[in-house]
Design a protein around this ligand. Structure first.
Ligand SMILES: Nc1nc2c(c(=O)[nH]1)N[C@H]1C(S)=C(S)[C@@H](COP(=O)(O)O)O[C@H]1N2
Ligand SMILES: [Mo]
Length: 315
């Protein structure tokens, strides 16, 4: 019924590397010529130091230029290259994040205060999009549980809601004639999922503050779930006692659920989830297709969260 989130045909999926590489070369040449123009994805980038963590994977990280040029961020448009192309005017500073709802200590944090209070560590995680492609991304971030501890969730709190900024003047996907999604983009987790050590708020990738297209200045990363759970450019985190409605579940309830745990055995109604195409490793004409792992390879860390639940139903 819904036409949202179509699976893409492999050959048409990758923004031809030549196009964005040429563009970057051009911008680099302009920068070297002494003009103060930088590529949009670098405009606000600042080095970010982060200690290594035990969280890594054996696969090679996806090249930086793929992680920052092949994105889903519908606030900037629905094509994979739109977020890189159209997020140059987005301003991730100053930035406030309100944490409220069923907590003893509601607070509004400033992003720089957060980054001081919660030093980033490196987490190299797999990322599996529900559309059937995947990456390996070296994030810098900190456990969401640290922030939750600070605001002291009440005993009655059972879920956490995340909300993306609404800024039509800086986000072209929010002010066109065609609005692909209802705004703000909303996501949610059960409180125990939110507190799992794997769940982080990312503030950087590849050792620099987050590029706008990846959700600057702060976004959610939940590596055992499909990528759409990773709410970008967060302005509000709320604790509640009822399971929230997340954006993709609202627009296409028969295709996207609340849990969205990566599961190769539960197909999307319109395509198989048994395998995935790893971005950036297949070369220009070939494709790197590999089996999808249960819970995206994180079963050991998270399977116990779903004991007694029917995994075929918790899509
Ligand atoms: N606000 C917002 N967050 C979002 C999206 C979006 O369109 N808007 N897309 C989601 C989807 S479908 C995916 S796969 C990931 C992509 O993250 P990346 O572009 O950093 O790889 O972001 C998720 N977070
Ligand atoms: Mo996705």
């Amino acid at each position: 019924m819904s036409i949202y989130h179509p699976p893409r045909i492999p050959a048409s999926e990758i923004t031809p590397r030549g196009i964005y590489l040429k563009r970057r070369d051009f911008l680099a040449a302009v920068a070297m010529s002494g003009l103060s123009i930088l590529a949009p994805d670098q405009a606000d980038a600042a080095p970010l130091s982060a200690k290594k963590s035990g969280y890594t994977v054996s696969e090679k990280p996806t090249p930086h230029d793929d992680v920052t040029a092949y994105n889903n961020f519908y606030e900037f448009g629905t094509s994979k290259s739109d977020p890189m192309s159209y997020s140059g005017d987005f301003k991730p500073r100053p930035w406030a994040i309100k944490v409220d709802g069923m907590v003893a200590n509601p607070r509004t944090f400033d992003i720089d205060q957060i980054m001081q209070e919660y030093p980033a560590e490196e987490r190299v995680y797999r990322m599996r999009c529900v559309e059937g492609w995947s990456m390996v991304i070296p994030w810098q971030g900190f456990p969401l549980s640290a922030l939750l501890d600070k605001v002291e969730p009440l005993g009655s709190a059972k879920y956490v809601i995340f909300e993306t900024v609404v800024r039509p003047e800086q986000m072209p996907g929010q002010n066109g004639l065609f609005q692909p999604l209802p705004w703000p983009y909303i996501e949610g987790l059960r409180l125990d999922e939110a507190r799992n050590p794997l769940t982080i708020l990312a503030v950087g990738l590849y050792g620099e503050t987050l590029p706008n297209q990846n959700g600057a200045p702060i976004r959610l990363v939940v590596p055992w779930k499909y990528g759409f759970k990773g709410c970008k450019s967060i302005v509000r985190i709320s604790l509640t006692d009822t399971q929230p409605k997340n954006t993709w579940n609202i627009v296409a309830p028969s295709e996207y659920g609340f849990f969205a745990n990566v599961n190769p055995e539960v197909d999307h109604p319109r395509w198989s989830q048994a395998t995935e195409r790893r971005i950036g490793t297949g070369g220009f004409f070939s494709s790197d297709r590999r089996p999808t792992l249960m819970f995206n390879g994180y079963a050991e860390d998270v399977a116990s969260l779903y004991a007694g639940m029917d995994l075929r139903k918790n899509f």
